[in-house]
Ligand binder design. Structure first.
Ligand code: UD1
Length: 421
């Protein structure tokens, strides 16, 4: 990680104004992998400019697709998919590259990739992905850190019951099922909006998909997927981060191009803390916060529609200056409190114990040098720095750039004193 680049934040400025929310990283990546399935040119609008999206495009190019970007539209021509192997270096660039497995296997009947292994958030097992693909007829060998998957006679539909509603596993099954012969049923499927977005796109390819957004999804595969044009849904985590940033400075913010329905897992928490929030039609939302917030009731991260694990870190930053004690229970990932020691450097009073963290609200934070160790934790440090007295320096920007399109540019446009040097 390049620690020469940093964000310099002079805290204490109120955020006021309007921000447009960009497309969702967690939708764009599976949609880019879906493009591998289509015989022709898939056009994705509202595709965010993020380093993770660039990494996905490099994987597509390596597989023989032609990828080009014009503004927020990315075009993927998968007419001549020639490869089935994703090199280790590309796998390591982006942990979510595992979502290419279902698509590449479906399109070519083979996929070889290096085992994704652990990441910043802890172990990221893929046993559910592999068990499901085996049920669909894949033969999978795990050797020397590589996964070699073949489906010589093609994949077939299956009835799959997930022991946990894994987002990644549900995506890989949807992708594989689109190319499979026959009918697939996914029980205990993930219900995230990103799943619905992927299912919508696969439906345009010609697959018949029912129940996306519910616990049971049915898929009837299509013999030849035809390409389509699709628009990526707004990023609910980016929207939530902007709201936390505005609230921590006791500011006033209008979000445009967001989808308030997707944020029901955490908007009520912000309201319980004392923020006033109004939603309008047409993807608009307003937040205002003119007093010190109060600690919310215990927050437990859960699969959708519960409180998202991805927004836990920015909320801990928000609670750092709230009145009272907040408790967070992280149920999804084992290692998602790496930002806490850095928040403590900024003057927060927080203790972690396993998967629980207890935030004792303090009146003020003070600027410090801190380092991001993962994407959302990095956004939490920026959030806290906006409220801290004095100057903060934040390094580890490579993580933040994976999921936020110029976070500093967006925040500066609504009044933050923040720059990248
Ligand atoms: C997760 C989040 C998703 C978020 C994304 C990026 C949940 C449920 N999922 O998706 O909202 O956008 O990270 O940060 O909040 N697991 C297994 N075996 C598997 C797959 C998963 O045991 O084969 C376990 C994981 O260890 C973890 C949990 O299931 O405890 C969540 O995994 P999953 O939803 O698959 O993670 P992502 O797809 O990365």
């Amino acid at each position: 990680m390049d620690n020469r680049r940093k964000l310099i934040v002079n805290g204490g400025r109120k955020l006021e104004g309007e921000l447009r929310v960009h497309g969702a990283k967690n939708s764009a990546l599976p949609l880019l992998s879906a493009a591998v399935l289509a015989h022709g040119e898939t056009v994705l609008h509202n595709c965010p400019e993020l380093t993770d999206v660039d990494a996905a495009c490099r994987i597509l190019t390596h597989l023989g697709c032609r990828c080009k970007r014009s503004g927020d539209t990315v075009t993927v021509d998968a007419t001549n998919v020639s490869g089935y192997e994703i090199p280790d270096a590309l796998m390591r660039e982006m942990r979510s590259s595992i979502v290419f497995l279902g698509a590449v296997l479906g399109r070519t009947g083979r996929c070889r990739l290096s085992f994704p292994g652990g990441c910043e958030l802890g172990a990221r097992p893929i046993d559910l992905h592999l068990a499901a693909l085996r049920q669909m007829g894949a033969d999978i060998a795990e050797e020397h850190g590589y996964l070699d998957c073949t489906a010589a006679g093609g994949l077939h539909g299956a009835k799959i019951t997930l022991s946990f509603p894994s987002v990644g596993a549900t995506e890989n099954i949807l992708l594989a099922a689109t190319a499979a012969k026959g009918f697939t049923e996914i029980h205990n499927a993930a219900r995230e909006p990103e799943i619905v977005d992927l299912a919508d796109c696969l439906g345009k390819f010609g697959a018949k998909i029912g129940g996306a957004g519910e616990s049971v999804i049915t898929v009837e595969g299509v013999p030849r997927a035809e390409p389509c044009e699709h628009s990526v849904i707004p990023d609910r985590i980016v929207a939530g981060t902007y709201l936390c940033a505005a609230a921590v400075t006791r500011g006033e913010l209008i979000l445009t191009r967001c989808e308030p329905r997707h944020m029901n897992g955490f908007i009520p928490v912000l309201e319980a803390m004392g923020a006033r929030i109004y939603t309008y039609g047409g993807g608009k939302m307003y937040l205002s916060c003119n007093k010190r917030l109060t600690a919310p009731p215990t927050v437990r991260t859960m699969p959708y529609p519960g409180f998202p694990t991805d927004i836990q870190a920015p909320f801990t930053a928000l609670c750092a200056t709230a009145e009272g004690t907040s408790v967070f229970v992280e149920t999804i990932f084992e290692n998602r409190f790496r930002h806490i020691p850095e928040l403590v450097r900024l003057g927060a009073s927080i203790k972690t114990e396993g998967r629980v963290c207890v935030v004792q609200g303090v009146k003020r934070l003070s600027g410090a040098k801190v380092c991001a160790a993962e994407l959302r934790g990095g956004a939490a440090l920026v959030t806290a720095a906006l409220a801290a007295e004095g100057t903060s320096e934040i390094t580890g920007l490579g993580y933040i750039d994976r999921g936020y399109e110029s976070l500093e540019g967006a925040l500066r446009s609504v009044g933050a004193d923040i720059k990248r040097v």
